[in-house]
Design a binder for this molecule. Structure first.
Ligand code: ADP
Ligand code: MG
Length: 635
C-alpha cells in the first residue's frame, strides 16, 4: 500500500519552477542524476572500506542507463548506497541544504528572474521534472531488506510504497513529457554523457537494442540467380550494452599511482591531440580551499590560439562532475594554450557563468594556478632546447601577459627571450649581466624583420658603444614593450627615443660643422618636405650615411587602432645625417641644389627600403637610380 505525502512548501515552489519555467539547458537533468548515482556509489565504496558490516559485500560499482523510445522513458540505475523509506522522505521531499533554502528565499515570483537563479544552485534530483511529468524512484538501501518505490508527478505530492527489488541500489525512471521524448535515444544519451560525465569515475553502461539480421541458411534450391530473396533473411532484436564513459577521473588519483604514460594517454584523449604534452602539473590542494588541478602544456599551439573566439582549454569540474568548458576566465587569457582540469570541492554544482565570474574561490584557484604554471614554464627554461621549442610556439602569446597581468609581470619578464644584434634567445637577466658599466638602460629596436633591424643605422650608434640592442619584430612588441617600463630596476628604452639617444651622448656636432651643413639640411627639408620631420646631424655613426628616427608610436593609440582592425597612422620619421660619411664629405662642398635634392631623395628612399618599407614614389626613385647608373657608366 502506497501512502501519500506532501512536499515541503519550498519543494513545491521549486518544482513549480522546474516544470513551468523556460529552462534552456534541460539536458543537464541526466548529468544531475548520474552525479547522484556516482555520489551513491562513492558512499557505498567508502562503507565497504571503512565499515565492518559492508566489508564482505560483493560490490562492483556501476551505473546503467536504459531507455524505451516507444514509451519515452529513461532509467538510470546504480548499485550504490540506496535509500530506505525515511531517506526517500527526507532526501526527496524536504530541502536539507541551506544553500537551496537561501535560494528559495531569494525567489521573487518573477519567473524569468527566478529561472535564472535556478541555474546558480544545485537543483539536483528535482531537475528530472524539467523533462519528465512522472518520476519513479525505486530503491533498496545496502544492508537492509525492504525496497521502496517513490512516485510523483511533481505537483505537490508524492507516494511511497513497498516494492520488490533484488539488489541494493537505486533505479530512477523518467516518463518524459511529450516534447522531451527525444531524450530517449541512444545518440542523445551517449552525447550528453560524453559531454558531462565522461570522467565520472564509475563505468556507465548504456543498454539498447539493435536489429540484427542473421545469416541466411544456405539453401541452394531456393536461390534464384541474380536476385536476393529478402524474405528468407531473419531479423531479430538483440539487447546490447556498451560502456559510454572512460570512467577515469585521472586527476583525482594520487600522483604516486600514476605513471607518465597515464598522463600522456589522458592528455591525448582529453585534448584530442596526437602528440604528447611537453609538461604537466598535477596539484592537489587541501585545507581551507580544496581542489585539484591538472594542467598540460601542449607541444604545439592549438589552431585557434590567435582567434578571438578561441575555445578555452580548461574544464571546470565540481567533485568530478563536469560544469563547463567554456569559461575563459579560469586562467588568464595569455595562458590560453594550457589544457586541463580544475576540480573543486567547494563550488556548488550547476554554478552559473555569472556566478563563476565573480566567484572568490575560483579567483583564488586562478591566481594559484597561474603561479604554478608560470613556475613550471620557468623550470622548462632551464633546458634550453626544450624551452626553444616551447617559446617558438607560445612566446608571443605569453608576451600578452606583460600588459595585462601586473601581478606576475616580473615572472613573465624572466620568461621572455630575445635576439640582439649579436646573440640569440637571450633572457633579460643575461642581457643585464653583460651590460657595460656605463650602460644605463636596456635598449631595443622595433621593426618588422630582424635581419633589417640588425642593419639599422640607429642601432649602429649603440653597437659602437658596446651596447646590446634587442631586436623586436613581433607585432605585439610595439604595444607591449613601451608599457613594460623596466626590468629589475633597469628601464627599457626604444633606441629611437630621445631618452635613449641622450644616454649615448649624441649631442650632435660642433657649430662649425653645423654651418658647413646648412645648405644640405635646407636642401633635404625642401626636397623631402612633408615626408619627414626634423633633420639633424650626427658624428656617431660609421657605416650608414643617414638614419631614420621614428617617433615612438603611442602604444595606447596603436592598441585602439588594432582593436578596430586598423593600423595606427605612422609618425613621420626624423632624419639624421652622418656628417662623417663620404657622401656628405663630398656633398658639403657642393653648392649644387639639384645635386643635393637628388641625394636627398635617393638616400631617403634607400633608408626606407633598408627598413623593409618603400619610397612613396617608387617609380621616381628607380628612375633616379637608373639615371645615376648611366652617369656612372659614362664616366
Ligand atoms: P545533492 O545531490 O546535491 O545532495 P540532489 O537533489 O541531487 O542534491 O539529491 C538529494 C539527495 O537525494 C541526495 O543528497 C541523496 O541523499 C539522495 N539521492 C538522490 N539520488 C540518489 C541515488 N541515486 N542514490 C542514493 N541517494 C540518492
Ligand atoms: Mg545531486
Amino acid at each position: 500500500m502506497a501512502t501519500k505525502h506532501s512536499f515541503q512548501t519550498e519543494i513545491t515552489q521549486l518544482l513549480d519552477l522546474m516544470i513551468h519555467s523556460l529552462y534552456s539547458n534541460k539536458e543537464i537533468f541526466l548529468r544531475e542524476l548520474v552525479s547522484n548515482a556516482s555520489d551513491a556509489l562513492d558512499k557505498l565504496s567508502y562503507l565497504t572500506l571503512s565499515d565492518e558490516k559492508f566489508k564482505s559485500l560483493a560490490f562492483s560499482p556501476r551505473i546503467d542507463i536504459s531507455f524505451d523510445d516507444k514509451k519515452g522513458t529513461i532509467t538510470i540505475q546504480d548499485n550504490g548506497i540506496g535509500m530506505n523509506e525515511s531517506d526517500l522522505k527526507e532526501h526527496l521531499g524536504v530541502i536539507a541544504k541551506s544553500g537551496t533554502k537561501s535560494f528559495l528565499s531569494q525567489l521573487s515570483g518573477d519567473k524569468k528572474k527566478d529561472s535564472a537563479l535556478i541555474g546558480q544552485f544545485g537543483v539536483g534530483f528535482y531537475s528530472a521534472f524539467m523533462v519528465a511529468d512522472r518520476v519513479v524512484v525505486q530503491s533498496k538501501k545496502a544492508g537492509e531488506d525492504k525496497a521502496y518505490a517513490w512516485v510523483s508527478d511533481g505537483k505537490g505530492e508524492y507516494e511511497i510504497g513497498e516494492c520488490v527489488q533484488e539488489d541494493f541500489g537505486t533505479q530512477i525512471t523518467l516518463y518524459l513529457k511529450n516534447d522531451e521524448k527525444h531524450f530517449a535515444s541512444r545518440w542523445e544519451i551517449e552525447s550528453i554523457i560524453g559531454k558531462y560525465s565522461e570522467h565520472i569515475a564509475f563505468p556507465i553502461y548504456l543498454h539498447y537494442s539493435e536489429v540484427v539480421s542473421e545469416p541466411q541458411e544456405d539453401n541452394a534450391e531456393d536461390k534464384k540467380e541474380g536476385t536476393e530473396d529478402k524474405s528468407k533473411k531473419k531479423e531479430k532484436l538483440e539487447q546490447k550494452q556498451k560502456q559510454i564513459n572512460s570512467a577515469k577521473a585521472l586527476w583525482t588519483l594520487p600522483k604516486s599511482e600514476l605513471k607518465e604514460q597515464d598522463y600522456k594517454d589522458f592528455y591525448k584523449s582529453f585534448a584530442h591531440d596526437n602528440a604528447d604534452p611537453l609538461r604537466w602539473i598535477h596539484t592537489k590542494v587541501e585545507g581551507n580551499l580544496e581542489y585539484t588541478t591538472l594542467f598540460f602544456i601542449p607541444k604545439s599551439a592549438p589552431f585557434d590560439l590567435y582567434r578571438v573566439d578561441y575555445q578555452s582549454g580548461v574544464k571546470l569540474y565540481v567533485k568530478r562532475v563536469f560544469i563547463t568548458d567554456d569559461d575563459k576566465e579560469l586562467l588568464p587569457s595569455y595562458l590560453r594554450f594550457v589544457r586541463g582540469v580544475i576540480d573543486s570541492s567547494d563550488l556548488p554544482l550547476n554554478v552559473s557563468r555569472e556566478i563563476l565570474q565573480q566567484n572568490k574561490i575560483l579567483a583564488n584557484i586562478k591566481s594559484a594556478s597561474t603561479k604554478k604554471i608560470l613556475s613550471e614554464i620557468a623550470s622548462m627554461a632551464k633546458d634550453e632546447n626544450l624551452y626553444k621549442e616551447f617559446f617558438a610556439q607560445f612566446g608571443k602569446v605569453l608576451k600578452e601577459g606583460l600588459y595585462g597581468d601586473y601581478e606576475n609581470k616580473e615572472k613573465l619578464l624572466e620568461l621572455m627571450r630575445f635576439d640582439s644584434q649579436n646573440r640569440e634567445f637571450i633572457s633579460l637577466k643575461s642581457y643585464k649581466e653583460s651590460m657595460p658599466k656605463e650602460q644605463k638602460s636596456i635598449y631595443y629596436v622595433l621593426g618588422e624583420r630582424k635581419e633589417l633591424l640588425k642593419n639599422s643605422p640607429l642601432l649602429e650608434k649603440f653597437a659602437n658603444k658596446g651596447f646590446e640592442v634587442l631586436l623586436l619584430s613581433d607585432e605585439i612588441d610595439g604595444m607591449v614593450m613601451p608599457m613594460v617600463g623596466e626590468y629589475d630596476k633597469t628601464p627599457l628604452k626604444n633606441i629611437s627615443s630621445k631618452d635613449a639617444l641622450d644616454e649615448i651622448g649624441d649631442e650632435g656636432v660642433s657649430e662649425e660643422v653645423k654651418k658647413e651643413f646648412e645648405p644640405i639640411v635646407a636642401g633635404f627639408k625642401d626636397t623631402l618636405g612633408e615626408q619627414i620631420g626634423e633633420v639633424s646631424l650626427t658624428s656617431l655613426m660609421q657605416q650608414a650615411p643617414l638614419s631614420l628616427i621614428k617617433q615612438d608610436d603611442n602604444p595606447m593609440l596603436a592598441q585602439l587602432f588594432a582593436q578596430m582592425g586598423q593600423q595606427a597612422p605612422k609618425a613621420k620619421p626624423n632624419i639624421e645625417i652622418n656628417v662623417n660619411h663620404e657622401i656628405f664629405q663630398k656633398l658639403k662642398n657642393s653648392q649644387d641644389k639639384d645635386k643635393i635634392a637628388k641625394v636627398a631623395q635617393l638616400l631617403f628612399g634607400s633608408a626606407l627600403i633598408a627598413e623593409g618599407g618603400s619610397p612613396e614614389q617608387g617609380g621616381e626613385f628607380s628612375k633616379q637610380l637608373n639615371a645615376l647608373m648611366i652617369e656612372w657608366l659614362n664616366q
